[in-house]
Design a protein around this ligand. Structure first.
Ligand code: ADP
Ligand code: MG
Ligand code: MG
Length: 201
């Protein structure tokens, strides 16, 4: 799915536009274009210099986000940078990917100061990282573990609709954002669905 995003701006399926619509309801409306330009930048870098490995691929995605505005740009940039670090040696094992995800989420929280319940991407990322840790500890198969991780992210993202925002621009509008899904949490869930889809082929 992330690859679909990379193919053509928003993958041609309107998801970036939908994320932008959510940001218009509760923020400043630039989330869709922020995501699209980050992924466009990443795609150009990948085409100019095709990476040899996962780390190179994730680093290009990270740089695409780090070069983009909005609050989500640097946060996703640091997120993907930490994920890239988990794959020194080619394809990461499930345990390595889990450690990378946990580190990435901790970095997002360190910089953004958002906790679960603040109606941000953290609401999707924290349950996902915890679920994957538990799956690794239980010795689950990668495909099952990543599917449950994606489900946890989706459930966390869905839950943001009911929340009052405590971080980001949506926190400026108070009750207006109630009932609106947080676009950053939705995007984080899409990323984890992409990881799951990539694993299951
Ligand atoms: P901006 O508000 O600067 O326009 P974006 O539209 O790029 O930012 O991104 C908005 C998303 O960023 C929100 O949906 C939310 O998930 C996320 N976000 C905002 N502030 C924080 C924060 N402090 N910590 C984590 N995520 C945040
Ligand atoms: Mg915005
Ligand atoms: Mg903005």
């Amino acid at each position: 799915m992330l690859a679909a995003f990379l193919q053509g701006g928003d993958g041609g399926d309107g998801r970036a536009e939908e994320l932008g619509r959510l940001d218009r309801l509760a923020g400043d409306g630039d989330f869709g274009t922020n995501i699209t330009s980050a992924l466009d930048r990443a795609r150009q870098a990948l085409e100019a210099e095709p990476p040899q490995d996962y780390r190179g691929w994730l680093t290009a995605v990270s740089r695409g986000f780090l070069g983009t505005g909005g609050t989500s740009g640097p946060l996703f940039g640091m997120f993907f940078r930490d994920l890239a670090r988990c794959c020194d040696t080619g394809e990461p094992t499930l345990a390595e990917f889990s450690a990378g995800l946990t580190a990435a989420v901790a970095t997002v929280q360190r910089y953004g100061k958002a906790e679960v319940g603040h109606k941000t991407m953290v609401d999707a990322l924290v349950p996902a990282a915890r679920t994957l840790e538990a799956e690794v500890a239980a010795g689950s198969q990668a495909a099952d573990a990543l599917a449950r991780t994606a489900d946890a992210a989706v459930e966390g993202a869905r839950g943001t609709a009911a929340l009052l925002a405590r971080r980001g621009r949506a926190s400026y509008v108070g009750d207006v954002a109630r009932g609106v899904l947080d676009p950053g949490a939705a995007a984080a869930a899409i990323v984890l669905q992409a990881a799951s889809a990539a694993q299951s082929g």
